[in-house]
Design a protein around this ligand. Structure first.
Ligand SMILES: Cc1cc2nc3c(=O)[nH]c(=O)nc-3n(C[C@H](O)[C@H](O)[C@H](O)COP(=O)(O)OP(=O)(O)OC[C@H]3O[C@@H](n4cnc5c(N)ncnc54)[C@H](O)[C@@H]3O)c2cc1C
Length: 464
Protein backbone atom coordinates (compact mmCIF):
# COMPACT_ATOMS: atom_id res chain seq x y z
CA UNK A 1 0.00 0.00 0.00
CA UNK A 2 2.83 2.38 1.01
CA UNK A 3 4.50 1.72 -2.35
CA UNK A 4 1.34 2.61 -4.29
CA UNK A 5 0.92 5.85 -2.30
CA UNK A 6 4.59 6.72 -2.93
CA UNK A 7 4.16 5.99 -6.65
CA UNK A 8 1.02 8.16 -6.86
CA UNK A 9 2.77 11.05 -5.07
CA UNK A 10 5.81 10.68 -7.36
CA UNK A 11 3.51 10.68 -10.41
CA UNK A 12 1.71 13.84 -9.19
CA UNK A 13 5.01 15.63 -8.56
CA UNK A 14 6.37 14.42 -11.91
CA UNK A 15 3.26 15.64 -13.77
CA UNK A 16 3.50 18.99 -11.99
CA UNK A 17 7.08 19.57 -13.13
CA UNK A 18 6.40 18.21 -16.64
CA UNK A 19 3.48 20.61 -17.06
CA UNK A 20 5.65 23.50 -15.90
CA UNK A 21 8.39 22.48 -18.33
CA UNK A 22 5.97 22.14 -21.27
CA UNK A 23 4.39 25.49 -20.38
CA UNK A 24 7.79 27.21 -20.38
CA UNK A 25 8.64 25.56 -23.74
CA UNK A 26 5.36 26.87 -25.19
CA UNK A 27 6.11 30.35 -23.86
CA UNK A 28 9.64 30.22 -25.31
CA UNK A 29 8.29 29.12 -28.72
CA UNK A 30 5.68 31.94 -28.72
CA UNK A 31 8.42 34.47 -27.90
CA UNK A 32 10.56 33.06 -30.71
CA UNK A 33 7.67 33.38 -33.19
CA UNK A 34 7.16 37.01 -32.13
CA UNK A 35 10.90 37.76 -32.60
CA UNK A 36 10.97 35.95 -35.95
CA UNK A 37 7.98 37.97 -37.15
CA UNK A 38 9.73 41.20 -36.16
CA UNK A 39 12.98 40.07 -37.82
CA UNK A 40 11.20 39.10 -41.04
CA UNK A 41 9.55 42.49 -41.17
CA UNK A 42 12.71 44.51 -40.80
CA UNK A 43 15.54 42.47 -42.23
CA UNK A 44 16.64 40.39 -45.15
CA UNK A 45 19.08 38.67 -42.80
CA UNK A 46 22.50 39.45 -41.36
CA UNK A 47 24.37 42.22 -43.16
CA UNK A 48 27.71 41.97 -41.41
CA UNK A 49 29.20 39.79 -38.65
CA UNK A 50 26.78 37.34 -37.03
CA UNK A 51 26.58 33.92 -35.41
CA UNK A 52 26.50 30.91 -37.70
CA UNK A 53 24.70 27.92 -36.14
CA UNK A 54 25.65 24.40 -37.11
CA UNK A 55 22.21 22.84 -36.54
CA UNK A 56 23.68 19.33 -36.70
CA UNK A 57 25.56 20.11 -33.46
CA UNK A 58 22.95 22.31 -31.71
CA UNK A 59 21.52 20.44 -28.69
CA UNK A 60 18.69 22.94 -28.19
CA UNK A 61 19.73 24.08 -24.68
CA UNK A 62 18.81 27.70 -25.52
CA UNK A 63 21.84 29.10 -23.63
CA UNK A 64 22.83 31.22 -26.63
CA UNK A 65 19.45 32.97 -26.82
CA UNK A 66 19.65 34.62 -23.40
CA UNK A 67 23.16 36.12 -23.33
CA UNK A 68 23.02 38.67 -26.16
CA UNK A 69 23.09 42.33 -24.99
CA UNK A 70 21.28 43.29 -28.24
CA UNK A 71 18.24 41.13 -27.34
CA UNK A 72 16.57 38.66 -29.69
CA UNK A 73 19.19 38.04 -32.38
CA UNK A 74 18.72 34.30 -31.77
CA UNK A 75 15.63 32.30 -30.75
CA UNK A 76 14.67 28.64 -30.36
CA UNK A 77 12.67 27.45 -33.35
CA UNK A 78 11.60 23.80 -33.45
CA UNK A 79 14.05 22.93 -30.65
CA UNK A 80 17.11 24.44 -32.38
CA UNK A 81 18.72 27.86 -32.19
CA UNK A 82 18.05 30.07 -35.24
CA UNK A 83 18.96 33.61 -36.30
CA UNK A 84 15.75 35.63 -36.26
CA UNK A 85 17.10 39.19 -36.08
CA UNK A 86 20.52 38.91 -37.70
CA UNK A 87 20.60 42.62 -38.51
CA UNK A 88 20.78 43.38 -34.77
CA UNK A 89 24.08 41.50 -34.31
CA UNK A 90 27.06 43.77 -33.71
CA UNK A 91 29.59 41.05 -32.98
CA UNK A 92 29.69 40.60 -29.17
CA UNK A 93 30.20 36.85 -29.76
CA UNK A 94 28.75 35.93 -26.33
CA UNK A 95 26.39 33.36 -27.93
CA UNK A 96 29.38 31.49 -29.36
CA UNK A 97 31.06 31.58 -25.94
CA UNK A 98 27.87 30.34 -24.22
CA UNK A 99 27.31 27.35 -26.53
CA UNK A 100 28.41 24.23 -24.58
CA UNK A 101 28.97 22.13 -27.73
CA UNK A 102 30.71 24.69 -29.96
CA UNK A 103 27.87 24.76 -32.50
CA UNK A 104 28.16 28.53 -33.01
CA UNK A 105 30.90 30.40 -34.85
CA UNK A 106 31.04 34.13 -35.53
CA UNK A 107 31.21 34.72 -39.28
CA UNK A 108 30.94 37.62 -41.68
CA UNK A 109 27.98 38.05 -44.04
CA UNK A 110 27.63 35.85 -47.10
CA UNK A 111 29.25 37.28 -50.26
CA UNK A 112 26.07 38.74 -51.73
CA UNK A 113 25.47 40.72 -48.53
CA UNK A 114 29.13 41.76 -48.30
CA UNK A 115 29.46 43.21 -51.79
CA UNK A 116 29.95 46.70 -50.36
CA UNK A 117 32.62 45.58 -47.88
CA UNK A 118 36.37 45.59 -48.57
CA UNK A 119 37.84 42.17 -49.30
CA UNK A 120 40.23 41.09 -46.53
CA UNK A 121 42.46 38.15 -45.68
CA UNK A 122 42.38 36.67 -42.17
CA UNK A 123 45.41 38.94 -41.46
CA UNK A 124 43.27 42.00 -42.38
CA UNK A 125 45.27 42.62 -45.56
CA UNK A 126 43.43 44.18 -48.51
CA UNK A 127 43.90 43.26 -52.16
CA UNK A 128 46.88 45.68 -52.10
CA UNK A 129 49.90 43.98 -50.48
CA UNK A 130 50.96 45.58 -47.14
CA UNK A 131 47.82 47.75 -47.03
CA UNK A 132 45.61 46.64 -44.12
CA UNK A 133 42.13 47.47 -42.82
CA UNK A 134 41.13 47.12 -39.17
CA UNK A 135 38.18 48.06 -36.95
CA UNK A 136 34.71 48.95 -38.08
CA UNK A 137 35.84 49.76 -41.65
CA UNK A 138 36.41 46.01 -42.12
CA UNK A 139 32.81 45.26 -41.11
CA UNK A 140 33.16 44.33 -37.44
CA UNK A 141 31.74 46.86 -34.97
CA UNK A 142 32.53 47.26 -31.24
CA UNK A 143 35.46 48.67 -29.34
CA UNK A 144 36.80 45.27 -28.23
CA UNK A 145 36.97 44.03 -31.85
CA UNK A 146 38.74 47.21 -32.97
CA UNK A 147 41.31 46.89 -30.15
CA UNK A 148 41.93 43.18 -30.83
CA UNK A 149 42.35 43.70 -34.58
CA UNK A 150 44.73 46.66 -34.04
CA UNK A 151 46.96 44.47 -31.87
CA UNK A 152 46.88 41.42 -34.15
CA UNK A 153 47.46 43.39 -37.36
CA UNK A 154 50.60 45.12 -36.04
CA UNK A 155 51.95 41.75 -34.85
CA UNK A 156 51.64 40.52 -38.46
CA UNK A 157 53.37 43.62 -39.85
CA UNK A 158 56.19 43.49 -37.27
CA UNK A 159 56.71 39.80 -38.13
CA UNK A 160 56.94 40.59 -41.86
CA UNK A 161 59.35 43.47 -41.35
CA UNK A 162 61.59 41.33 -39.15
CA UNK A 163 61.32 38.45 -41.62
CA UNK A 164 62.45 40.40 -44.68
CA UNK A 165 65.10 42.38 -42.83
CA UNK A 166 63.49 45.79 -43.34
CA UNK A 167 62.80 46.50 -39.67
CA UNK A 168 65.82 48.85 -39.56
CA UNK A 169 64.86 52.47 -40.10
CA UNK A 170 65.31 53.78 -43.64
CA UNK A 171 65.67 57.60 -43.72
CA UNK A 172 62.42 59.26 -44.72
CA UNK A 173 60.42 56.00 -44.73
CA UNK A 174 58.27 54.87 -41.80
CA UNK A 175 57.94 51.15 -41.07
CA UNK A 176 54.23 51.72 -40.56
CA UNK A 177 51.72 54.51 -41.09
CA UNK A 178 48.35 54.24 -39.33
CA UNK A 179 45.39 56.32 -40.50
CA UNK A 180 42.70 57.01 -37.89
CA UNK A 181 42.98 57.34 -34.11
CA UNK A 182 39.80 55.63 -32.96
CA UNK A 183 39.96 52.46 -30.81
CA UNK A 184 41.50 50.45 -33.68
CA UNK A 185 44.14 53.06 -34.58
CA UNK A 186 45.04 53.72 -30.91
CA UNK A 187 45.48 50.00 -30.25
CA UNK A 188 47.61 49.60 -33.41
CA UNK A 189 49.76 52.62 -32.45
CA UNK A 190 50.42 51.27 -28.96
CA UNK A 191 51.34 47.85 -30.35
CA UNK A 192 53.72 49.56 -32.81
CA UNK A 193 55.46 51.19 -29.83
CA UNK A 194 55.70 47.80 -28.11
CA UNK A 195 57.34 46.37 -31.24
CA UNK A 196 59.67 49.43 -31.41
CA UNK A 197 58.53 50.22 -34.97
CA UNK A 198 59.25 53.54 -36.60
CA UNK A 199 55.60 54.56 -37.06
CA UNK A 200 53.29 57.56 -37.33
CA UNK A 201 49.52 57.91 -36.87
CA UNK A 202 47.49 60.49 -38.82
CA UNK A 203 44.06 61.61 -37.63
CA UNK A 204 41.82 64.06 -39.47
CA UNK A 205 40.00 65.14 -36.34
CA UNK A 206 40.57 64.40 -32.64
CA UNK A 207 41.89 61.32 -30.81
CA UNK A 208 39.22 58.81 -29.79
CA UNK A 209 37.32 58.36 -33.08
CA UNK A 210 33.61 57.66 -32.80
CA UNK A 211 33.90 57.32 -29.01
CA UNK A 212 34.93 61.00 -28.71
CA UNK A 213 31.70 61.90 -30.51
CA UNK A 214 29.32 59.89 -28.33
CA UNK A 215 26.85 62.06 -26.38
CA UNK A 216 28.20 63.34 -23.06
CA UNK A 217 28.12 60.75 -20.24
CA UNK A 218 27.02 58.00 -22.65
CA UNK A 219 27.36 54.62 -21.01
CA UNK A 220 29.87 52.59 -23.03
CA UNK A 221 29.50 48.82 -22.92
CA UNK A 222 32.54 46.75 -23.67
CA UNK A 223 34.06 43.34 -22.91
CA UNK A 224 37.35 42.63 -21.15
CA UNK A 225 40.06 43.33 -23.71
CA UNK A 226 43.88 43.16 -23.88
CA UNK A 227 45.14 46.71 -24.39
CA UNK A 228 48.73 47.11 -25.71
CA UNK A 229 51.07 48.96 -23.23
CA UNK A 230 48.49 48.43 -20.45
CA UNK A 231 47.40 44.80 -20.23
CA UNK A 232 43.93 43.44 -19.53
CA UNK A 233 41.26 46.14 -19.39
CA UNK A 234 38.59 44.57 -17.21
CA UNK A 235 35.84 47.23 -17.00
CA UNK A 236 32.70 46.28 -18.95
CA UNK A 237 30.57 49.37 -18.39
CA UNK A 238 31.87 52.93 -18.11
CA UNK A 239 31.11 56.46 -19.22
CA UNK A 240 32.50 57.88 -22.47
CA UNK A 241 34.54 60.40 -20.41
CA UNK A 242 36.11 57.63 -18.29
CA UNK A 243 37.06 55.64 -21.39
CA UNK A 244 38.66 58.68 -23.03
CA UNK A 245 40.49 59.48 -19.76
CA UNK A 246 41.81 55.90 -19.66
CA UNK A 247 43.12 56.23 -23.24
CA UNK A 248 44.67 59.59 -22.37
CA UNK A 249 46.52 57.97 -19.50
CA UNK A 250 47.81 55.13 -21.70
CA UNK A 251 48.77 57.49 -24.52
CA UNK A 252 50.59 59.89 -22.18
CA UNK A 253 52.66 57.04 -20.81
CA UNK A 254 53.75 55.95 -24.25
CA UNK A 255 55.66 57.62 -27.04
CA UNK A 256 52.50 58.19 -29.09
CA UNK A 257 53.53 59.67 -32.44
CA UNK A 258 50.30 61.20 -33.74
CA UNK A 259 49.42 64.16 -35.96
CA UNK A 260 45.85 65.36 -35.59
CA UNK A 261 43.95 67.54 -38.09
CA UNK A 262 45.75 65.64 -40.82
CA UNK A 263 43.23 64.20 -43.25
CA UNK A 264 44.63 61.60 -45.63
CA UNK A 265 43.48 62.23 -49.20
CA UNK A 266 45.47 59.79 -51.30
CA UNK A 267 47.68 56.71 -51.08
CA UNK A 268 49.91 55.43 -53.88
CA UNK A 269 52.25 52.46 -53.93
CA UNK A 270 55.54 52.89 -55.81
CA UNK A 271 57.39 50.25 -57.81
CA UNK A 272 59.83 49.93 -54.83
CA UNK A 273 56.87 48.73 -52.69
CA UNK A 274 56.87 51.92 -50.59
CA UNK A 275 53.58 53.79 -50.06
CA UNK A 276 53.27 57.57 -50.46
CA UNK A 277 50.49 58.89 -48.28
CA UNK A 278 49.25 62.41 -49.01
CA UNK A 279 47.29 64.84 -46.86
CA UNK A 280 46.41 68.39 -47.96
CA UNK A 281 49.80 69.78 -46.85
CA UNK A 282 52.16 66.85 -46.34
CA UNK A 283 53.44 63.65 -47.87
CA UNK A 284 54.65 60.63 -45.90
CA UNK A 285 56.40 57.43 -47.03
CA UNK A 286 55.85 54.06 -45.37
CA UNK A 287 56.44 50.34 -45.96
CA UNK A 288 53.06 49.30 -44.58
CA UNK A 289 49.82 51.22 -44.09
CA UNK A 290 46.87 50.46 -41.80
CA UNK A 291 43.50 52.05 -42.53
CA UNK A 292 41.53 52.43 -39.28
CA UNK A 293 39.01 54.93 -40.66
CA UNK A 294 35.79 53.55 -39.16
CA UNK A 295 32.61 53.44 -41.25
CA UNK A 296 30.90 56.59 -40.02
CA UNK A 297 32.41 58.63 -42.87
CA UNK A 298 30.21 61.61 -43.62
CA UNK A 299 26.67 61.73 -42.17
CA UNK A 300 24.02 60.64 -44.67
CA UNK A 301 21.72 63.49 -45.77
CA UNK A 302 18.01 63.07 -46.49
CA UNK A 303 17.82 65.46 -49.44
CA UNK A 304 14.91 67.26 -47.81
CA UNK A 305 14.12 70.90 -48.69
CA UNK A 306 15.67 73.20 -46.06
CA UNK A 307 18.23 70.61 -44.89
CA UNK A 308 21.03 73.18 -45.38
CA UNK A 309 19.60 75.43 -42.59
CA UNK A 310 22.03 75.81 -39.65
CA UNK A 311 19.39 74.45 -37.26
CA UNK A 312 19.67 71.00 -38.92
CA UNK A 313 22.41 68.88 -37.30
CA UNK A 314 23.77 65.34 -37.54
CA UNK A 315 25.53 64.87 -34.20
CA UNK A 316 24.49 65.60 -30.60
CA UNK A 317 27.09 65.78 -27.85
CA UNK A 318 25.69 68.22 -25.27
CA UNK A 319 21.95 67.57 -24.86
CA UNK A 320 21.81 69.85 -21.80
CA UNK A 321 22.72 72.88 -23.96
CA UNK A 322 19.17 72.78 -25.36
CA UNK A 323 16.26 73.77 -23.09
CA UNK A 324 12.72 75.08 -23.72
CA UNK A 325 12.96 74.14 -27.39
CA UNK A 326 10.76 72.44 -30.01
CA UNK A 327 12.89 69.62 -31.41
CA UNK A 328 12.58 67.06 -34.18
CA UNK A 329 14.81 63.96 -34.19
CA UNK A 330 14.79 61.82 -37.35
CA UNK A 331 15.80 58.14 -37.33
CA UNK A 332 15.03 54.81 -35.70
CA UNK A 333 18.39 53.44 -34.57
CA UNK A 334 20.08 53.62 -31.16
CA UNK A 335 21.73 56.99 -31.91
CA UNK A 336 18.37 58.59 -32.77
CA UNK A 337 16.54 57.08 -29.81
CA UNK A 338 19.31 57.97 -27.32
CA UNK A 339 19.52 61.54 -28.63
CA UNK A 340 15.73 61.98 -28.56
CA UNK A 341 15.53 60.76 -24.97
CA UNK A 342 18.54 62.85 -23.91
CA UNK A 343 16.81 65.97 -25.28
CA UNK A 344 13.33 65.04 -24.04
CA UNK A 345 14.47 65.02 -20.41
CA UNK A 346 15.90 68.58 -20.54
CA UNK A 347 13.77 71.36 -19.03
CA UNK A 348 10.90 72.54 -21.21
CA UNK A 349 11.84 70.66 -24.40
CA UNK A 350 9.12 69.23 -26.65
CA UNK A 351 10.63 66.40 -28.66
CA UNK A 352 9.14 64.61 -31.67
CA UNK A 353 10.87 61.51 -33.04
CA UNK A 354 10.09 60.73 -36.67
CA UNK A 355 10.78 57.21 -37.99
CA UNK A 356 9.81 55.88 -41.41
CA UNK A 357 9.10 52.31 -40.20
CA UNK A 358 5.98 51.14 -38.27
CA UNK A 359 8.01 50.18 -35.14
CA UNK A 360 11.54 50.17 -33.71
CA UNK A 361 13.34 46.98 -34.64
CA UNK A 362 17.09 47.56 -34.65
CA UNK A 363 17.56 49.09 -31.21
CA UNK A 364 19.04 47.63 -28.04
CA UNK A 365 16.59 46.06 -25.55
CA UNK A 366 17.61 48.67 -22.96
CA UNK A 367 16.72 51.54 -25.34
CA UNK A 368 13.48 49.83 -26.42
CA UNK A 369 12.31 49.70 -22.78
CA UNK A 370 13.37 53.28 -22.04
CA UNK A 371 11.64 54.74 -25.09
CA UNK A 372 8.45 52.78 -24.38
CA UNK A 373 8.48 54.20 -20.89
CA UNK A 374 9.10 57.75 -22.19
CA UNK A 375 6.18 57.44 -24.64
CA UNK A 376 3.88 56.27 -21.83
CA UNK A 377 4.97 59.21 -19.65
CA UNK A 378 4.31 61.52 -22.65
CA UNK A 379 7.91 62.75 -22.46
CA UNK A 380 8.31 62.19 -26.17
CA UNK A 381 6.05 62.10 -29.23
CA UNK A 382 6.98 59.26 -31.60
CA UNK A 383 5.61 59.39 -35.15
CA UNK A 384 6.03 56.03 -36.91
CA UNK A 385 5.47 55.73 -40.70
CA UNK A 386 6.59 59.32 -41.07
CA UNK A 387 9.07 61.20 -43.25
CA UNK A 388 10.25 64.81 -43.14
CA UNK A 389 9.24 66.74 -46.27
CA UNK A 390 10.53 70.25 -45.53
CA UNK A 391 12.43 72.17 -42.85
CA UNK A 392 11.77 75.92 -42.46
CA UNK A 393 13.22 78.48 -39.99
CA UNK A 394 10.33 77.99 -37.58
CA UNK A 395 8.70 74.66 -38.45
CA UNK A 396 9.04 71.21 -39.96
CA UNK A 397 6.64 69.56 -42.39
CA UNK A 398 6.21 65.80 -42.03
CA UNK A 399 4.27 63.25 -44.00
CA UNK A 400 2.67 60.94 -41.44
CA UNK A 401 0.96 57.84 -42.86
CA UNK A 402 0.32 59.74 -46.07
CA UNK A 403 -1.01 62.95 -44.46
CA UNK A 404 0.96 66.22 -44.12
CA UNK A 405 1.58 67.68 -40.65
CA UNK A 406 3.38 70.95 -39.85
CA UNK A 407 4.81 71.39 -36.36
CA UNK A 408 6.65 74.34 -34.79
CA UNK A 409 10.38 73.71 -34.57
CA UNK A 410 13.68 75.22 -33.34
CA UNK A 411 16.15 72.38 -34.03
CA UNK A 412 16.38 69.19 -36.10
CA UNK A 413 18.76 66.25 -35.58
CA UNK A 414 19.07 63.64 -38.33
CA UNK A 415 20.51 60.19 -37.59
CA UNK A 416 20.37 58.40 -40.93
CA UNK A 417 23.76 56.68 -40.66
CA UNK A 418 26.93 57.61 -42.49
CA UNK A 419 28.35 57.16 -45.95
CA UNK A 420 31.38 54.85 -45.51
CA UNK A 421 34.59 55.90 -47.32
CA UNK A 422 34.11 53.29 -50.09
CA UNK A 423 34.93 55.72 -52.92
CA UNK A 424 38.25 56.54 -51.24
CA UNK A 425 39.05 52.82 -50.86
CA UNK A 426 38.22 52.14 -54.51
CA UNK A 427 40.36 55.09 -55.61
CA UNK A 428 43.42 53.63 -53.84
CA UNK A 429 42.85 50.18 -55.36
CA UNK A 430 41.17 48.21 -52.52
CA UNK A 431 39.07 45.32 -53.86
CA UNK A 432 35.50 44.69 -52.67
CA UNK A 433 33.31 41.60 -52.41
CA UNK A 434 33.87 38.21 -50.84
CA UNK A 435 35.22 38.81 -47.35
CA UNK A 436 37.76 36.16 -46.70
CA UNK A 437 39.91 35.23 -49.67
CA UNK A 438 41.25 32.26 -47.71
CA UNK A 439 37.81 30.73 -47.20
CA UNK A 440 36.95 28.34 -50.00
CA UNK A 441 33.94 29.11 -52.17
CA UNK A 442 32.13 25.89 -51.13
CA UNK A 443 32.17 26.88 -47.45
CA UNK A 444 30.87 30.36 -48.26
CA UNK A 445 28.09 28.94 -50.43
CA UNK A 446 27.05 26.47 -47.70
CA UNK A 447 26.97 29.29 -45.14
CA UNK A 448 24.76 31.39 -47.41
CA UNK A 449 22.42 28.45 -48.13
CA UNK A 450 22.14 27.50 -44.41
CA UNK A 451 21.30 31.08 -43.49
CA UNK A 452 18.68 31.36 -46.23
CA UNK A 453 17.08 28.11 -45.03
CA UNK A 454 17.08 29.24 -41.39
CA UNK A 455 15.51 32.58 -42.30
CA UNK A 456 12.81 30.84 -44.36
CA UNK A 457 12.07 28.46 -41.45
CA UNK A 458 11.91 31.36 -39.00
CA UNK A 459 9.49 33.21 -41.29
CA UNK A 460 7.34 30.14 -41.85
CA UNK A 461 7.25 29.54 -38.10
CA UNK A 462 6.32 33.17 -37.46
CA UNK A 463 3.39 33.05 -39.84
CA UNK A 464 2.27 29.55 -38.80
C1 LIG B 1 26.20 56.07 -30.99
C2 LIG B 1 27.13 54.88 -30.92
C3 LIG B 1 27.22 54.14 -29.77
C4 LIG B 1 28.11 53.05 -29.67
N1 LIG B 1 28.22 52.38 -28.48
C5 LIG B 1 29.12 51.38 -28.36
C6 LIG B 1 29.30 50.71 -27.11
O1 LIG B 1 28.64 51.00 -26.10
N2 LIG B 1 30.23 49.72 -27.05
C7 LIG B 1 30.99 49.35 -28.13
O2 LIG B 1 31.83 48.45 -28.00
N3 LIG B 1 30.85 49.98 -29.32
C8 LIG B 1 29.93 50.98 -29.47
N4 LIG B 1 29.79 51.61 -30.67
C9 LIG B 1 30.64 51.18 -31.81
C10 LIG B 1 32.08 51.71 -31.67
O3 LIG B 1 32.09 53.09 -31.35
C11 LIG B 1 32.83 51.48 -32.96
O4 LIG B 1 32.71 50.11 -33.35
C12 LIG B 1 34.32 51.82 -32.80
O5 LIG B 1 34.48 53.17 -32.45
C13 LIG B 1 35.07 51.53 -34.10
O6 LIG B 1 36.40 51.91 -33.93
P1 LIG B 1 37.35 52.27 -35.18
O7 LIG B 1 38.67 52.67 -34.60
O8 LIG B 1 37.29 51.18 -36.16
O9 LIG B 1 36.64 53.51 -35.90
P2 LIG B 1 36.24 55.03 -35.36
O10 LIG B 1 36.06 54.95 -33.89
O11 LIG B 1 35.14 55.41 -36.20
O12 LIG B 1 37.56 55.85 -35.66
C14 LIG B 1 37.97 56.15 -36.98
C15 LIG B 1 38.89 57.35 -36.96
O13 LIG B 1 39.47 57.55 -38.26
C16 LIG B 1 39.51 58.94 -38.55
N5 LIG B 1 39.57 59.13 -40.02
C17 LIG B 1 38.61 58.77 -40.92
N6 LIG B 1 39.00 59.10 -42.17
C18 LIG B 1 40.23 59.67 -42.07
C19 LIG B 1 41.15 60.18 -43.02
N7 LIG B 1 40.89 60.21 -44.34
N8 LIG B 1 42.33 60.69 -42.56
C20 LIG B 1 42.63 60.67 -41.24
N9 LIG B 1 41.79 60.18 -40.28
C21 LIG B 1 40.60 59.68 -40.69
C22 LIG B 1 38.22 59.47 -37.94
O14 LIG B 1 38.29 60.88 -37.72
C23 LIG B 1 38.16 58.67 -36.63
O15 LIG B 1 38.82 59.34 -35.57
C24 LIG B 1 28.90 52.68 -30.80
C25 LIG B 1 28.80 53.43 -31.98
C26 LIG B 1 27.94 54.52 -32.06
C27 LIG B 1 27.86 55.31 -33.34
Amino acid sequence: MDTIVALVIAAIIGTFFLRGYLKSLKKQEAKARESAAKGALFSEGPKSQHPHIDTAWCIGCGGCTSVCPEGDVLAMIGGKAAIVNGHKCIGHGLCAEACPVGAIAMVLASPSMAADMPRLTPEYETSVEDLFIIGELGGLALIKNAVNQGRECVDTIAGRLAGNGTAKATPGVFDLLIIGAGPAGISASLRAIEHKLNYITLERDEIGGTVAKYPRQKLVMTSPVEFPMYGKFKKTELSKENLLAFWDMVLNRADFNVRTEEKVEDIKKGSDGVFTVASANNQYRARAVILALGRTGTPRKLGVKGEELPKVMYRLIEADHYINKQILVVGGGDSAVEAAMGLAYQVGNKVTLSYRQPAFARIKERNAKRIEDSIKKEKINVLFNSNPVEFTETSVVLEVSGARQEIPNDFVWIFAGGTPPNDFLKKIGVGFGMHDMAVDAGKEAKQAADEKKQLAEARASASG
